[in-house]
Design a binder for this molecule. Sequence first.
Ligand code: ZN
Ligand code: FE
Ligand code: FE
Ligand code: ZN
Length: 253
Amino acid sequence: MLVDYHVHGMGHGEGSQTLENLSRYLDFAREQGIEEIGFAEHNWYLDQLDFSVFPRLRKVFPEIEVRVGLEIDFRPETAANLAQKLTSLPFDYLIGSVHEIGDWMFDHPDYKDQYAHWDIDELYETYFQLVARMVDSGLYDIVGHLDLIKVFGYRPRQCIKDLVNSLLHRIAKAGMVVEVNTGGLYKPVGEIYPQETILAECFRLNIPVTLGSDAHRAEDVGRDLMRAKALLRKLGYRKLAAFYRRKIYLIDL
Ligand code: ZN
Ligand code: FE
Ligand code: FE
Ligand code: ZN
């Protein structure tokens, strides 16, 4: 089976949650052989979400499961408040993502020059500490693009194995799922998130995984997920995690 659990139907505000727009995403999903699609808009658009579009979408595409998630831009100061707001909404899953260190959006090309102000080893440590706080908050189901800090190809000099392993133990303890996000293949780093050695360690620790393209346009739905699937099978995975109303279930990979 193939799922795409990281899809932005609204992009960065260019798209809208209309039947017409989301149907285009489902057309591409069908073409890619995707059996379950999860829309996970950025939480910046929370107030614009219209849950009424999904039952209509399911009627037009009865052969594809449609799930509704949210990608939360984790900020330690506001996380609890936001989570409170989400409890009354019918989400199937929440993706916790770290895109910011302080007020620096480190994955945004416009702010790339800020890397020059950092010692890259310290930057990696700071980033993974934030991801650990996100995990420890217990508020989310899926760890989004786990090693996003590599996005522009800045690599640590030190080995990050210990840093990553301590994070993965927390993820296992929290019962969270790690997403294999193919969006990184189209960023300067040109690599899946997280890198293969990290995924191998996830498998060793029995951490469930799911798949996401991080598509911000309909034509990118399902992009390279067959490749991600092959990688997971090579590492030993035979199941994928999926969610319904914040409850996990496993499907064959
Ligand atoms: Zn985005
Ligand atoms: Fe993200
Ligand atoms: Fe995303
Ligand atoms: Zn993302």
